[in-house]
Design a protein around this ligand. Structure first.
Ligand code: FE2
Length: 238
């Protein structure tokens, strides 16, 4: 099973605060059945160049790999980034370097407010450019602001993959909405977006159990299968 969105690399963003915490997170992920974990710290173009970010991420990632106990070495860890939209991104040439390593999968975070026409047009331009496959991080957070679900249908029809957080299915205030979005076809994959072992721990297993209870085993199984198939189609892509 694949997790496309997590903050397990220590001390690069607001995710894991130490190698010890990252190891605890990875142990929990492994016990929940995750075999591939994409490690996607936040990337903000307003703070760093891609080059600076990648240097920082890679040194933290290598440090974590050195600390990894033997029993976690069978998890495949793929460094990547969760890239916040920035004006002009459709023209930025360096974006490919922020894809999940060894793939052409690009995890995109959008602003938490109503998107402007320019922002929407730019996302469509990126989708149509065919430069990479875009995964929209925690899609559920944008539904409230955009109002019209048709926009998400159009994004999907241009090839965007809609990712929801596992926690969306577990919070008592949102789980009803989560099941509805899943039933309506607005959840292509789920990921942990885990940040730590405390208030945002890995929670894939609990989310899948809820989905199985509410929507049936086939639905839960196909979310896992679709995620693995997405990775298989896009790994080692040029
Ligand atoms: Fe995230």
């Amino acid at each position: 099973m694949t997790d496309f969105h997590s903050h397990v690399i220590p001390r690069v963003d607001d995710g894991s605060r130490s190698s010890a915490m990252s190891i605890e997170m990875l142990k929990a992920m492994k016990s929940q059945g995750l075999s591939t974990v994409c490690c996607t710290p936040h990337y903000y173009a307003s703070q760093y160049s891609p080059e600076h970010f990648l240097k920082m991420r890679d040194s933290a990632f290598e440090h974590l790999l050195k600390k990894l106990p033997e029993d976690l070495k069978d998890i495949s860890l793929l460094p990547g980034a969760e890239v916040l939209y920035f004006p002009g991104m459709a023209e930025a040439e360096e974006l490919e370097s922020l894809c999940i390593e060894g793939t052409d999968l690009f995890l995109l975070e959008m602003p938490f407010r109503k998107w402007s026409e320019r922002e929407i047009n730019e996302v469509f331009a990126l989708l149509r450019s065919g430069r990479f496959k875009i995964i929209l991080a925690h899609t559920e957070r944008y539904f409230y602001y955009q109002k019209d679900p048709q926009l998400f249908r159009e994004l999907q029809s241009e090839g965007m993959v809609l990712q929801s957080n596992a926690g969306f299915f577990l919070n008592w205030k949102t789980k009803h909405k989560a099941v509805k979005l899943l039933n309506d076809g607005f959840v292509d994959i789920i990921s942990t977006d885990t940040h730590n072992t405390e208030d945002r721990p890995p929670n894939m297993e609990a989310a899948l159990a809820l989905i199985e209870r509410k929507c049936g085993k086939d639905e839960a199984d196909s979310l896992i299968k679709d995620g693995d198939a997405l990775l298989a189609r896009h790994i080692n892509a040029d």
